[in-house]
Design a protein around this ligand. Structure first.
Ligand SMILES: N[C@@H](CCC(=O)N[C@@H](CS)C(=O)NCC(=O)O)C(=O)O
Length: 217
């Protein structure tokens, strides 16, 4: 198993957490998103992932390489391929839909609009300076966190959904890390903060943290 990622990429961070929770050995291959205009745009990487985004997972356990992109699709693939370790997607259809909904709130509605290429486009085409880009990212994260805080009000215990870690937590922790980078005041989201603090006590999350990666700067 090989994971192409970047230490500070929240989508890569999600997959690292999932790989650790599933207890899967993997090789981590850094793709520098900024150096020389971004290695994600190199011809070599584009062959692996035409979207020019990280992460990309290569599963070489079979006769030919399986190449996958989209962190949530990768996490669901890993959960199905290794059902014996920590289940990240619940079995019951309603629980499953609720876990996915929180994951999508963050991964589909919040993260993409504060992604590097979006911020770069705002700078290049709309003259947004660093303050404007930060305000933009902060606004969308705050909106997403306000809704997730309410959404998990009746389900959260140690984690977003009770006492088992799920894909919702796997997505929440990296988004929280991003929120801190953009200066979001986390005191408005006590439930989210409690869940993230609990996750970050687990070794799988500690090992997946951006600063613990070999390419961390
Ligand atoms: N929906 C994708 C998002 C992937 C994504 O946005 N990756 C970012 C890092 S978190 C990236 O590669 N950015 C490079 C760029 O914007 O050029 C997923 O979940 O895998």
């Amino acid at each position: 198993m090989k994971l192409y990622g970047y230490w500070r990429s929240s989508a890569s961070y999600r997959v690292r957490i999932a790989l650790n929770l599933k207890e899967i050995d993997y090789e981590y291959i850094p793709v520098h998103l900024v150096k020389d205009g971004g290695e994600q745009h190199s011809n070599e990487y584009k062959l692996l992932n035409p979207a020019e985004l990280v992460p990309t997972l290569v599963d070489s356990d079979n006769e030919s390489d399986i190449i996958l992109n989209q962190s949530l699709a990768i996490i669901e693939y890993l959960d199905e391929r290794f059902p014996e370790t920590n289940k990240l997607i619940p079995d019951h259809k309603l629980d499953r839909a609720r876990v996915r909904a929180v994951a999508y709130d963050l991964a589909c509605d919040a993260q993409p609009i504060q992604n590097l290429r979006v911020l770069q486009y705002l700078e290049q085409h709309f003259n947004a300076d660093q303050n404007a880009k930060t305000a933009w990212a902060k606004h969308w994260i705050e909106q997403a966190f306000a809704s997730v805080e309410r959404r998990i009000q009746n389900s959260a215990a140690d984690f977003c959904f009770g006492f088992n870690v799920s894909m919702a937590d796997v997505v929440l922790v990296p988004q929280y890390y991003n929120a801190q980078r953009f200066g979001v005041d986390m005191s408005h989201y006590p439930l989210i903060k409690r869940v993230v603090d609990n996750c970050n006590k687990l070794e799988a999350f500690v090992q997946a943290a951006p600063e613990a990666q070999p390419d961390a700067q």
